[in-house]
Structure formats: structure tokens, C-alpha cells
Design a protein around this ligand. Structure first.
Ligand SMILES: Nc1ncnc2c1ncn2[C@@H]1O[C@H](COP(=O)(O)OP(=O)(O)O)[C@@H](O)[C@H]1O
Ligand SMILES: [Mg+2]
Length: 270
């Protein structure tokens, strides 16, 4: 197992000259949705700034309508900011044209969705390989990377199976492997425990934690779930499109969980 991890980390070190570099920098981000007809404009983000270094694991929490999805959509290039800057690995994504952004996203951002978004008509191995196939990567290189990640996530026996033939936990690990295949600078996760029971929630959070701790992946996760957030190193609370408060973990998940609950009740009470 050690050699696989060394292999994956080794690849990342080659790509990122400085291991401790700033991976994400969000500066004064504003998003105003222009409403139709006579309705009012909606300020979904009202000047958010924060940054993430390599190896960070950040949770974004906040009440419904506070701008979490808008933030994630802008970071991932699905939506455009009204003003402000987003630097991912030092590159301003707001300045890229559509084609540039498409390529940059595929290379630099890994996604974990609420429902995992696996393609039913592809095998597990093909699902994980897809981002590399799109980029015409050599078959031998794809084989090497995919089998390394499948071993890491203990799904190597599922290679030729299809998503409908594997369990929920196996689907999650497949999605995690696919998110990592391009050695992205950052993993964006949108409510990964959103539709899951508590056992599956633990399992996906353990998987994301392994990505963060053992592979030094940088993770930004939007969640309304204090249990999921308690796996993070930092949690940023947003309200009305603004950064309200940030708390950090001291390393004990249970006490961080309590701190998150306490902060939530204070912020809601206030
Ligand atoms: N496409 C849109 N057009 C107009 N308003 C929107 C649109 N998407 C979101 N909003 C509004 O922006 C605010 C933030 O929404 P959102 O980012 O979805 O919040 P959250 O994910 O925290 O629930 C809300 O007031 C929402 O109604
Ligand atoms: Mg949302």
C-alpha cells in the first residue's frame, strides 16, 4: 500500500513545485443574480474572501439561501461572478474563456457530487478513466494510474462491473478515484452526505478524509451536515452571502462536532 501512496504523491510533487503553495484564493467575490421583469436583484454573494493551502480540508456551512451553491458553482466555473477574483493554483479562472476553462477544470478540479454521477453504461474502470480518455492520454499510462487508485480505494475487484452492480459505498469510492485521476489541485464536494443514511455518510467522509490525510489532497466541501463538517480541519460559516465566522479543528472529531453545533446555534440565535 505504501508504494501506491508514494507513487500518487510522487506524481503530485512533480506537478506542484511547492507542496505548501496556496491552492485557492477567493478575493472579494460578488454574485448578483439579475432578476426577471420587475423583481429585485438577488445578491447571492456579497464580498467573500478566503484562501486554502495545499492539504487543507475546508467545510462551508450556512443556512439555506446563504450562497453556498453559488460559491461552489463559481469556483468550479459553472457560473460567472459579478465581480471579484478566483485564483486556483495561481491562475485567475474568472479571466479564462470557455474553452480554456473547460480544459483547466478537467486538469485542476476534482468533483464529488451528492449522487456521485457515475455513468451507468460504463464499467467502474471506464468511469474512473473517463477524464484521461477525454484528454487522449496513452492507454498504458491510464492503466497504471487507474490501477493505483483502485488499489488505494480497495475497489480493484470491481474493474469490469457496472455501477448498478456495486454497493453505495463502492460507488462513493469509485467517484473519489475518478475525482483524483487527474491529480487535481483541489477537490470540490457538494453535499456529499446529502442523501445518505448515517452509515454511508461515515463511509464517504472516511474516504474523503483518507484523500486529504494520506494523499494530501485539498478539499473544499459544502455541507449542511455537522457530522460531515466535523471531519474538516476548518469550517467557514456563510450567511447572506458573507463570511460570518471561521472555526478550526484541534484534531478531535467529536469535540469539533460539538463546536460546530454550538457555533451554528449561536449564529442562528444571533
Ligand atoms: N439562478 C438564480 N437566479 C436568481 N437567484 C438565484 C439563483 N440561484 C440562486 N439564487 C438566489 O441566491 C441566493 C443564494 O442561493 P444558493 O447559492 O443556492 O444558496 P444555498 O446553496 O446556500 O442554499 C438565494 O437567495 C437564491 O434564491
Ligand atoms: Mg445549495
Amino acid at each position: 500500500m505504501k508504494s501506491i501512496i508514494d507513487f500518487i504523491i510522487g506524481l503530485s510533487i512533480k506537478k506542484e513545485v511547492n507542496l505548501f503553495m496556496e491552492v485557492l484564493n477567493v478575493k472579494n467575490l460578488v454574485k448578483i443574480y439579475n432578476a426577471y421583469k420587475n423583481a429585485k436583484h438577488v445578491t447571492a454573494l456579497n464580498g467573500i474572501s478566503f484562501s486554502a493551502n495545499r492539504g487543507d480540508f475546508i467545510g462551508i456551512m450556512g443556512p439555506s439561501g446563504s450562497g453556498k451553491t453559488t460559491l461552489l458553482n463559481i469556483l468550479s466555473g459553472i457560473d460567472m461572478a459579478t465581480s471579484g477574483e478566483v485564483f486556483i493554483s495561481g491562475k485567475d479562472v474568472c479571466l479564462m474563456d470557455k474553452e480554456e476553462l473547460c480544459y483547466f477544470r478537467r486538469k485542476n478540479i476534482g468533483y464529488i457530487f451528492q449522487d456521485f454521477n457515475l455513468l451507468d453504461s460504463l464499467t467502474i474502470k471506464e468511469n474512473i478513466s473517463l477524464p484521461l480518455i477525454i484528454d487522449n492520454v496513452r492507454a498504458s499510462k491510464i492503466e497504471k494510474k487507474v490501477s493505483g487508485l483502485m488499489k488505494f480505494f480497495q475497489i480493484q475487484d470491481l474493474k469490469e462491473k457496472y455501477p448498478f452492480n456495486i454497493s453505495g459505498g463502492q460507488k462513493q469510492r469509485t467517484a473519489a478515484a475518478r475525482a483524483l485521476i487527474n491529480e487535481p489541485s483541489i477537490i470540490l464536494a457538494d453535499e456529499p452526505t446529502g442523501n445518505l443514511d448515517s452509515k454511508s455518510s461515515s463511509s464517504i467522509m472516511e474516504t474523503i478524509l483518507r484523500m486529504n490525510e494520506e494523499l494530501n489532497s485539498t478539499v473544499l466541501m459544502v455541507t449542511h451536515d455537522p457530522f460531515a463538517a466535523s471531519f474538516c480541519k476548518r469550517v467557514i460559516f456563510v450567511k447572506d452571502g458573507q463570511l460570518e465566522l471561521e472555526i478550526s479543528s484541534k484534531g478531535h472529531r467529536k469535540s469539533f462536532f460539538d463546536k460546530i453545533l454550538e457555533t451554528q446555534s449561536i449564529l442562528m440565535g444571533g
